[in-house]
Structures are given as C-alpha cells and as structure tokens.
Write a protein that binds this ligand. Sequence first.
Ligand SMILES: [Zn+2]
Length: 614
Amino acid sequence: MHGQLRHLLSIVLGLGVAACAAPRLAPLDIPPLAAHVPRVAPVDFEHYTLDLRLDPQARSISGSCRIRFHPLETSLRELVLDAHDLAISGVTDGDGRALGFESSARELRVEFERALAPGTSHELVVRYSAQPRRGMHFVGARGELPTHVYTQGQCEDSAAWFPCWDEPAERATSELRVELPRGWISVAAGERIESRPTETGGTVDLWRMATPHPAYLTTLVAGELVELRDQWNDVPLSFLAPEKLEPWLESTFADTPQILDFFSELAGTRYPYEKYSQACVGNYPHGGMENISATTLTDACVGDPRGQLDYDATGLIAHEAAHQWFGNLITCADWSHVWLNEGFATYAELLYRESSRGVDDFRAAVRDVQDFYTASDVGALRRPHVWSTYREPFDLFTRGGQAYQGAASRLHLLRFQLGDDVFFRGLRRYVAEHRGRPVVTDDFRRTMERASGLDLQLFFDQWFFKPGYPEFEVSWQWNEARGVVRVDVKQAQLSADGTPAVFTVPVDLEVRDQLGARTTRVTVDQRNKSFELPAPSRPLWVVFDKHGWIPKRLVTQRSTAEWLALASMSDDVNERREALRELGLTLARETDADLRWRIAETILGGLQDRSPAV
Ligand SMILES: [Zn+2]
C-alpha cells in the first residue's frame, strides 16, 4: 500500500460512514490496543471459488464462496472462518449436504457431522449476501447509482466480502466469477478465463489466480470503466479508469514496461503472474494497493500533461509494482513484520528512481525519506520496526514512519555496509529462497548473512528490534602543527524509551582540503568518540556520513566559509542543498557587506546547479 494521506483520510471517511449510516447499523468497532499473536490455521486452505452477483443499486453482493481445504489437526470437528457482517443463508459440504453453522458479526463457525482426518481434502460452500461497510466500496455517481466498485482487503477486510482465513501467512489459489450489470467491465486477480453475456444484458466474468496468495490480496474492480491494453514481453498489461480519464491513461502508465524490466532484474525473478493490470478508481483513500497481479490506484494519479508536472505518479506506480515481488510473492508472515512488504517496496521505488533518473535525484529522494522517518518516529510513536502491539494492523502502516520510510532507510544502510555487489546478490537470493512463502525478519537476516558471510545479528537487533535512531553531534578541529584534523562525534539520543544509548555503525568521513577529497571509513561504537585523520593543510570541510547512508539526526557546527565551500564544490546533491539552505539563513543575519555579497553570489550559483533537486 502507499500514500501518506491514507490514515487521516481513513479517519475522516470512517467518521463519514458512521455519520451517514442507517440507524440500524452498529458503530464500527475500534479494537483495544493489544499485543497480537498470529493465529495458526487448523487447516491448509487450498482454493477459494467466489461466485458473486453485484447489485450496485443496493450496494450489495450475493452469492457463494466454495473453500477447498485439508485439515492439519486430527479430528477436526469445526472450522471458524473470518466473516464480517455477512448474512449467511446456508453452509453445505462439497456434495451439497447441509452443515451446521453459527455466525456472528466477525465469525462463521461451521460444524462437521463427523471429525475430518488430517490430509484429506474437503470442500464447504457458504451462501451469503452482504452490504459491506469495509472491504468493498461502491463509488462514483450516476444519479443515485454508483458507477464502479472496488475491494480493499488489506489488512483484515477481505472477510467483509467473502468468508476466509484472513491472515497474511495463509496462501491459497482463487477464482472469482462475477455477474456484472449492463455496461460494466471487471478486473480481478490472475487471468480472465471467460467473459459471456447474460440474458439481462449484463456480463459474467471468470477470473482465476493460479499462484497461491493471502486472502488480503484478493481483488475485484468493476464498473463503467475504460480499459487500455498493452503487452510486456508475453505478459498482457491493462490500464483501467473512469472514461473521462482515458486521454491520459497511456501517458500516466508509460513507464510500466521499464518498471517490470527493472524489478525482474532486481529480484532476479521475472514478473511471476499471468497478467498485470492497474485500475484507477474514485474515492480511493490509500494511494495504491498491490492486489496480486491487479493493482488498484487512486484515479488522482491520472492527470493531463500539466497535472503530471505537479504530480508525477511514477513513484506510486513503481511502488505497487515492486510489491508484486516484495509483499505478494514473498509476504510478511504477520503484520508485525510488515516492513518486509512496505520497506522493500519503498526502497525498490527509490532504486527505480536511481536507475531512471540518476544518482543525484536518488540521493535527494533518499534524504527526503530519511527525514520523513526521523520526523515521524518520535514521542509516543517511537517503537521497534518489528512490533506486534496495535489496535488494528493498519496502525503499523500509518503511524511512526517505521514500516515505509524507516525500513527503506535501513535497507539503504545495509546496502552501504555490505556493498552493492553483496547487497543486490543477497536480495536476489532472498527472493529465490523465499518465493511463495511467508517470511519474518530473521528469514531476511539469515539470507543476507549467507550472501555476505557476515554475522548481521547486531545490525538487525539495533535497527529492527530496538527503537529509534542515532542523534549525532559532530565537530572538528584542525591541528596545524600535527597536520591532522580531529573529528569529535557524540551520540546524544535519549535512551529512556529503549532507544540504544550507543549505535554501532560504520561511517564515511570525508576531509576536503587543497589536495582534494579523501574518504575514510571509521566505526562509531561509543557515546563519545574522536577520530584523527591526516590533514596537512586546513580542511575546506569535513563531512560526517558522506552521501548520507545512516538514518539519523545530525547537528554539525560549520563556519560560513565551510558552507560556502560545500555549496559550490561538493559532489553530493544533499550537501549542496543543505549548504544553500544554511547560507540563505546566514544571509538574513550577516552584516559584513563583503561576506553578504559572496553568500548571495553562491546562492545565485546554486540556481544553476546541475541537479534539479538542489
Ligand atoms: Zn506499499
């Protein structure tokens, strides 16, 4: 999933639903804050077959869900499924014999006449209808009628439109047969097997997803939509949106083939599904959702050429495409490890940027991501990246910046520590070893240890299982007599909330003097540590963490002369950017006329910078 506004919007929309709801509906539950232990399914779910009819006028669905499974426990007498506010009219076994059941607002409990033995294959069929308040949304308006519908399963809302085991660790194949009103088209997970007209002028589409996947990635988008088609190698591509957006659909998604090429290479695994569709829908509060082989996006990402100058959807499109590997082919085993989905997609989005727009643009974007994270992971929102205490799993996505920006910043740091060759080889190995499986953080650690030959326990403990980030205070002094520069590094972060008092991390120090720039890698592993580096002439600058690999706060005392040198001569986009910002502040308070002139000249020079990010 992607989009910073989603939490706020979900609150606003949630209140909207509550305010507009018919009086007979109970208010939406707000669960208590609690530590969550993932449920273990008593059966292996093999296949879901959904057979649904849409009624846009009533904003409802009706039909059946056939589930094939085999018991893992001995003597299975009952099966409890997630089913949120579904009106269940009957449950049968695969041969049509009625089964006993009880349903509540959250669950469907099915009783078997006799105990089922482990390893034997069984089916049950649930007939139901629903007017979903979550999980499925009828949107758009033609008079009183909605014009389209979309589903949004993540995290636990698929159960609001079909009975299922709604945990990310459980994977099954799926099939969706949907009867659509006249003039509607559909897209869902996997391949369209058939599409035939009904006697009433509508259509029945049948979609089949052959790759096992978690229930939350099951999807349906349908409506009065236009569809453009394209091809990436032998994989069909399609782009859907409300008709008014058709003129700009092609240009909005023009990067899709290059994005699929790039991630196939990054993951070392070719795009793994039958097709890739991207459907744009109205009233969509999440930015995008990586439903398997069938991404759903906000229609706000489609714009005319002038709009695309203001809002470029390429990052969003790349993010959801990256999830098709990182999140869908490999899925976090439970939501406490959601960074394995979102941190990877966020970093992959940045890597596509590095490949398509160059290193300056990439470094500036990484810095923005790091800054977003360090501004978010504060106060009551501070927590380790792996964390299981929440009201709803969605809290882990939206609060504190850990799942997306914090985790992407840590992957960037791991790349620095391992080097490009080992890091990217490790990523490919991670995909190869874990494809089709749920994963936890230790799975990724062990793969990267095998790829690097290093013990990474300290790295993962420090950055994923403990909270926070280092806050450095750095100063330097040149000793002319000894021809050295001393760099003093203090870690000033408070540790009462569990943040490590000392982060152990390698750091590149750059000293730039008349002879040129020299980078030295040192290890910071104490609360206060000093380093002496050769400097036969007075340094023009000293940079702590050259190219900004570490998620951190950094306070550095610099003279105006040092900022001037960085602004005009640094090879790093963020150093030039920061120096120009500082010089702007200095200009406002500087009284020396000559110095003011030099500062103004340097700032004007910055307007000609080779990187637009500056
Ligand atoms: Zn995402």
